[in-house]
Design a protein around this ligand. Sequence first.
Ligand SMILES: Nc1ncnc2c1ncn2[C@@H]1O[C@H](COP(=O)(O)OP(=O)(O)O)[C@@H](O)[C@H]1O
Ligand SMILES: [Mg+2]
Length: 290
Amino acid sequence: MVSEEPVPSVRLPRVPASGYLDVRNTSIAYAGRDGDVVLAIDRVDLSVTQGEFVCLLGPSGCGKTTFLNAVAGFLAISSGQLTLKGKPIERPGPDRAMVFQQPGLLPWRDVLHNVTYGLEMSGRMRRREAKERAGELLELVGLADFARSFPHQLSGGMQQRVNLARALAVEPEILLLDEPFASVDAQTREGLQVELISICNRAKVTALFVTHDIGEAVFLADRIHVFSRRPGRILREVRVRLPKPRDRVRLSPDFFRYVQEVTEVLGSTPAAAAGVVEISKEKGHGNRRS
Ligand SMILES: Nc1ncnc2c1ncn2[C@@H]1O[C@H](COP(=O)(O)OP(=O)(O)O)[C@@H](O)[C@H]1O
Ligand SMILES: [Mg+2]
């Protein structure tokens, strides 16, 4: 039996700073009831380069949403450093847009006006300009013919595409996506994943995509950061070198190899994933795992 607790000397390889999104030794804790502290994210180090598609993969409750909220600027970190282009992230900004699991569209506005909403609020564009921009984005997400439809007339997958167009309308540099396809059916999800890669490429955005779905992470990502269960630590960074476009990649042996590798990492402890010696509680001897 291998102990669940990592030995204190666990050290992951140093992550070189990208100068874009850099996360250093970052922990995030919540104040629980009765004054206790819930540690959600534990000493995370990661870097994202501009234009990359990075997935954060981990079991439910490991702190993925917490982490994404901190990058969005909705939530303050407890310790460490979280910087975008060298500046600490302290509040939300127009350079980051969040796509939540629930599309949360405004039911009384048609599709076009759901997309223009953020532009109207920010006062960045005149109405006509905003409509033109929204029209282009609806084209990009394949919904040009549904500009005048209302949210209740669309399927879940279509609503999520409107949500994506809405997030892109403010021209963010980074899209933060929190399990955006978790509530659509499997077949629709695969189509949306294909579209998302192409949309991100064309819109030239950097994507930070949270999921607990291994196949989804392998399919989408240039790099996957695999998180442990709570408190979330990075178990391993996996660079996915599958060819792009990835439309047909799902049936390839390489795809399955990545899925297998990531599955193994997810099932391990931080110490085991880092390839360090763990101490068995029962017998008191070391087991080397890699
Ligand atoms: N506002 C909060 N107050 C206290 N604990 C919280 C709060 N939000 C989340 N948590 C706890 O932090 C941990 C991580 O939550 P979350 O980031 O939502 O995980 P994930 O998105 O990976 O499922 C969970 O144990 C959750 O219960
Ligand atoms: Mg979550």
